[in-house]
Design a protein around this ligand. Structure first.
Ligand code: TYD
Length: 241
């Protein structure tokens, strides 16, 4: 069983999440934990190549979803699983909720097909399942992963222990992005696309409420930062109890 901590950060483009991830890393380092900062799509040399393709080439929606999950599979196997097995803290700038929100919500791609791909790609190692069959239930193991696994129909999938969702009105996000760099394929989408992405995140939160923490990203940067610190500290206290 892994003993690490897996936290993902989500939100529509322009929600401002990236700025706050470094602060969370500092919180954990101050607590003496080793931190792996990573992102999706990306996080390994191959996954970063897939990122380049998927963020800049037009493609069929299923191809897009498959590439997101292909990049994720590499990232899980090469980076995330080993880090969690070492007991590290993995802070991931986007994970599977982004696929449900962008490809499912934004593009309107079949939610159930995404759920199938998720089950295929995020299956946990057999020894976790064996431990459960031997009578060590997720409840008994006290690992955060196992606790959150109970929410789903398929308990032995990798999921973040905590997902911090920076929720923002797409019109405000568009204003923020207007002054930013050259947009990629997703960033150049209209506000309606981001309204559908936002709805995708809300649907995902409703499906797995236990691991989601929503932050009002329309607040000042300081207020958002304070919320992020509070959420992470609360979560740490709960998971230590
Ligand atoms: P983003 O995380 O915003 O990185 P940066 O801050 O460098 O722009 O960019 C990644 C983009 O990829 C973002 O628009 C969301 C999109 N995306 C998906 O469409 N599906 C996914 O599964 C993931 C992980 C990201």
């Amino acid at each position: 069983m892994s003993s690490g901590t897996f936290i993902s950060f989500e939100g529509i483009d322009g929600a401002g999440k990236s700025t706050h991830i470094a602060r969370v890393a500092d919180l954990f380092r101050q607590a003496g934990r080793a931190v792996v900062l990573t992102r999706e799509p990306g996080g390994t040399p191959l996954s970063e190549k897939l990122r380049e393709l998927v963020l800049h080439e037009a493609m069929d929606p299923l191809t897009e979803a498959l590439l997101m999950f292909a990049a994720r599979r590499e990232h899980l196997v090469q980076v995330i699983e080993p880090a969690l097995a070492r007991g590290d803290v993995v802070l991931c700038d986007r994970f599977t909720d982004a696929t449900f929100a962008y490809q499912g919500g934004g593009r309107g791609f079949d939610w159930q097909v995404l759920a199938q791909l998720e089950r295929m790609v995020q299956q946990r190692p057999v020894d976790d399942a064996t431990t459960a069959q031997a009578g060590h239930t997720p409840e008994a193991s006290h690992t955060p992963h196992a606790r959150h696994a109970r929410e789903g129909e398929y308990p032995y999938l990798w999921q973040p222990d905590l997902t911090v969702w920076f929720d923002l009105d797409p019109l405000i996000a568009a204003e923020r992005l207007a002054s930013a760099r050259v947009p990629d394929k997703f960033e150049s989408q209209p506000a309606e696309f981001f309204a559908a992405v936002r709805a995708g995140y809300a649907k995902r939160q409703a499906e797995m409420p236990g691991r989601f923490a929503r932050i009002d990203a329309a607040q000042s940067m300081e207020a958002v930062g304070a919320d992020v610190s509070r959420i992470v500290n609360d979560w740490l206290q709960r998971s230590a109890a």
